[in-house]
Design a protein around this ligand. Structure first.
Ligand code: ATP
Length: 449
């Protein structure tokens, strides 16, 4: 059991500049958060790690960065206009609105209205004329424009099935009750892969991707006992899904979905393709009279056209951020009777890789040497190296423990004489004296940075 609460995480995030409430000086806007100087680093590192595992470390996935504003036809044929809804109820006693499955205990059943469907998509106007036909949606998921680009990517890169297209970026949902900090928000980021396979190979690939994704979360520092798999029962499956496994994480507020891995069959390409009648589509799709692209691949031997099945691992960046923060946060009792907060982040995720600090802030020669050390290190380190120039070493160590900096380097008088510095390890708090010429190799060896 962890001995901290969501409030402890929220407080750390604000105090150290990870996450702020959005629009706070005007009273905020519900369900929106801003990532501050350290938050943006951690978030980018998480996304970079996902991208590396998807695109760079495999040969069967291509990347994409598509537009957020989306033609309404995309979301008509995807089914979102009709089905991307949550059941909304009003409480006649307190006057508030809730998602029907998230009504708080203080509302009595007899005070609730019958649930009605509320569409979660945000609309906006495109172009100077505002009428019923000039609107577009802000995408509610990154997936749809992967499907609409299926042919573009396939025609411009040499892939045969199985292969995937991956994308990360913002998604927008007008959640009825945003809550639990960055867990459920109205503007968030997703990391989604659509992996196209031959029908018949889908069940194997679904299992494979579940294992790959579990391992990846573990590599980000999430321990196995914080995670549970939820095999979604048939009566809870989304209409397009043949099978879905949710990766559930033990958040401070409870066990909830971090990532969903769905077998979406040929529903997506089947819905967006032209010439549906000539293709052998298994999923129940509505008739598409407006698409101009054939979203299918030809079997070179049989010459038959195949609409690929899709396996979709879909993860939330913000939910990943919160899980990683929760997992890394530790309140430690020290031998001297004091305690410290330490964020035991994996070095590749840490917002600051190394902090360089002069022992004395008014000693020009030491400060200049520190700047020089910082600048030299920054040239080869992928991530931020921070110059801490407050001169209070104890405070600097405490701060860097709290923000998860794996190593702190102190420049002192001895550095000026023999070019050695001390490196202090975040987790063990041990210090070692290392020659400047060996620092880079030392960091690489001990922290892979
Ligand atoms: P939930 O049931 O919790 O509303 P969902 O099943 O609707 O989530 P998906 O449509 O499967 O979510 O979206 C894929 C991923 O996107 C989720 O696993 C989650 O990590 C993330 N996500 C979805 N909605 C939100 C949100 N409102 N805020 C933050 N992340 C979200």
């Amino acid at each position: 059991m962890k001995n901290h609460s969501m409030d402890d995480l929220v407080s750390l995030c604000k105090r150290r500049g990870f996450i702020f409430q959005s629009n706070e000086i005007y009273g905020g806007l519900q369900g929106l958060y801003d990532y501050g100087p350290l938050g943006v680093e951690l978030k980018n590192n998480l996304k970079k790690s996902w991208w590396k595992s998807m695109i760079y470390e495999r040969d069967d996935i291509e990347g994409l960065d598509s537009s957020i504003l989306t033609n309404r036809l995309v979301l008509k044929y995807s089914g979102h206009e009709d089905t991307f809804t949550d059941p909304l109820v009003d409480c006649k006693s307190c006057g508030e609105r809730f998602r029907a499955d998230q009504v708080p205990d203080y509302c009595k059943k007899e005070d609730l209205t019958e649930p009605r469907n509320f569409n979660l998509m945000f609309k906006t106007n495109v172009g100077p004329i505002e009428d019923d036909n000039s609107f577009a949606y802000l995408r509610p998921e990154t997936a749809q424009n992967i499907f609409t680009n299926f042919k573009n990517v396939l025609d411009s890169s040499p892939h045969k099935l199985p292969f995937g297209i991956a994308q990360m970026g913002k998604a927008f949902r007008n959640e009825i009750t945003p809550r639990n900090f960055i867990f459920r928000v109205r503007e968030f980021e997703q990391m989604e892969l659509e992996f196209f396979v031959n029908p018949g190979d889908d069940e194997d690939w679904h299992k494979k991707w579940t294992d790959i994704r579990l391992q990846w979360w573990e590599d980000q520092g999430i321990k196995g006992d914080s995670i549970e798999l939820y095999h979604v029962p048939p009566d809870e499956l989304a209409h397009y899904s043949k099978a879905t496994v949710d990766i559930m994480y033990r958040y401070p507020h409870g066990l909830e979905e971090l990532e969903g891995i769905a077998n979406r069959t040929d529903f997506d390409l089947g819905s967006h393709t032209k010439g549906q009648r000539d293709l052998n589509i298994n999923a129940q799709v509505s008739e598409n009279t407006q698409s101009n692209a054939k979203l299918a691949v030809q079997d070179l031997e049989t010459k038959e056209w195949i609409v690929p099945y899709v396996i979709e691992p879909s993860a939330g960046v913000d939910r990943g951020f919160l899980a990683i923060l929760n997992e890394a946060y530790q309140l430690e009792s020290l031998e001297n009777g004091n305690s410290r907060i330490v964020l035991a982040l994996k070095p590749h995720l840490a917002p600051i890789k190394v902090a360089v600090m002069p022992l004395k802030k008014n000693e020009l020669s030491i400060v200049e040497k520190s700047m020089n050390v910082k600048n030299q290190l920054q040239k080869t380190i992928d991530g931020r190296v921070l110059l801490e120039n407050t001169g209070n070493i104890g405070k600097n160590y405490r701060k860097n423990d709290e923000i998860g900096t794996p190593a702190c380097i102190t420049v002192d008088f001895q550095t000026l004489e023999d070019s050695t510095i001390t490196i202090r390890d975040r987790d063990s708090m041990k210090q070692e004296r290392v020659h400047l010429e060996e620092v880079r190799a030392y960091l690489n060896e001990n922290y892979r940075i």
